[in-house]
Design a protein around this ligand. Structure first.
Ligand code: COA
Ligand code: ZN
Length: 309
């Protein structure tokens, strides 16, 4: 294993956006904010907590502005991000007081069409317009289907590099490499992250690894070994793109934090309090809990380990 693992990792929790968007039944706003409050109490300092998308596409996100108001007033110190698919959504995010958006584009044009009904050209044109209209706004690119697409299969790495360059030329400030359908494997993660790093050495990159095939944490380790120190995760392993057939939940925030802490990597997140957020989800939200830790004894509960600690 590489000796260059980061000492500290930033967890960007995406329960409020990716996590909730795939829950069919309406989650009342006060339940959403109760989960987000508990995540904040656990020490999460950056959240992608909603998206400003068409309520026809994702009815669950219809209360984005209300949730944004709650988060902004209650957590002025927190880095608050919303996902946006177009100029209109981004303007709504700015009007809600946000300073950063994750603007979504899929490397696979087929998925870009299915997800946001746009060509690359249209998505890039809006990105350019956004950067012009809101020069103060920080634009992260939520780059979907980086490792594979449900419609066309494995994604060629050169298309990833091409699209990153196009986005950077139009004002993007950072990029999240998303395994939207959870088909990446650790060897591929090593190769793609290394290729991106080589081409764009100064670019801040995050990883977003769905756990569809149970490889979320293995892929995380591969990314850590490449020096990645920002990961997007969702409590309880909620999430998935409703417009990507076969997509399943995220790597769970609690499993990620548990693994990192066990490896001696700091996150600033309190695991017990994080499990408090999972408990609210279990009790109030009709969704499968796929995170492992929530159904297991925690490390500290194993007495033979606690004796040694
Ligand atoms: N927020 C709210 N409403 C929006 C919007 C936004 N960001 N962008 C467009 N709309 C509205 C339009 O006003 C229009 O409303 P109307 O039918 O009442 O007139 C309707 O949505 C359709 O607008 P149009 O520009 O024709 O978009 P479209 O039908 O081609 O859909 C998107 C494009 C991007 C708006 C839509 O596909 C979308 O929101 N997708 C998000 C998918 C998603 O969140 N996936 C998971 C996260 S990766
Ligand atoms: Zn996702």
């Amino acid at each position: 294993m590489s000796g260059n693992l980061p000492k500290k990792v930033q967890i960007t929790d995406i329960t409020g956006r990716d996590g909730f968007q795939n829950v069919k039944q309406w989650i009342p706003t006060e339940i959403k904010t109760a989960v987000l409050d508990q995540l904040a109490a656990a020490g999460i300092r950056k959240m992608e907590f909603t998206s400003f998308v068409s309520p026809k596409a994702i009815p669950q996100m219809a209360d984005a502005a209300i949730v944004a108001e709650h988060m902004r007033t209650k957590y002025p110190e927190m880095e608050l991000v919303a996902l946006t698919p177009n100029l209109r959504g981004t303007q709504n995010a700015v009007a809600a007081g946000l300073k950063e958006v994750s603007y979504v584009i899929s490397v696979s044009e087929a998925h870009n069409k299915a997800n946001i009904n746009r060509t690359h050209e249209a998505s890039l044109a809006d990105l350019e317009a956004i950067a012009k209209v809101s020069p103060e706004l920080f634009i992260n690119i939520s780059l979907s289907t980086v490792f594979g697409c449900p419609f066309v299969g494995e994604t060629p790495a050169n298309r990833v590099l091409w699209l990153i360059r196009e986005c950077l030329q139009r004002g993007a400030g950072s990029v999240t490499l998303c395994d939207t359908i959870g088909v990446a494997n650790p060897v591929q993660v090593h190769a793609v992250v290394r290729a991106v790093r080589e081409k764009f050495p100064d670019l801040r990159i995050a990883l977003h690894l769905h756990d569809t095939h149970g490889m979320g944490l293995a892929n995380t380790l591969a990314a850590l070994e490449e020096g990645v120190d920002i990961f997007e995760t969702a409590a309880a392993g909620l999430g998935g793109c409703p417009f990507a057939p076969g997509a399943a939940g995220n790597t769970s925030t609690e499993d990620m934090v548990n693994m990192l802490h066990r490896m001696g990597i700091a996150t600033g997140v309190n695991l017990e309090r994080l499990l408090g957020a999972v408990a609210i989800i279990r009790e109030k939200i009709d969704a499968a809990i796929t995170g492992r830790l929530a159904s297991a004894r925690t490390y500290s509960e194993f007495s033979f380990y606690s004796c040694k600690a």
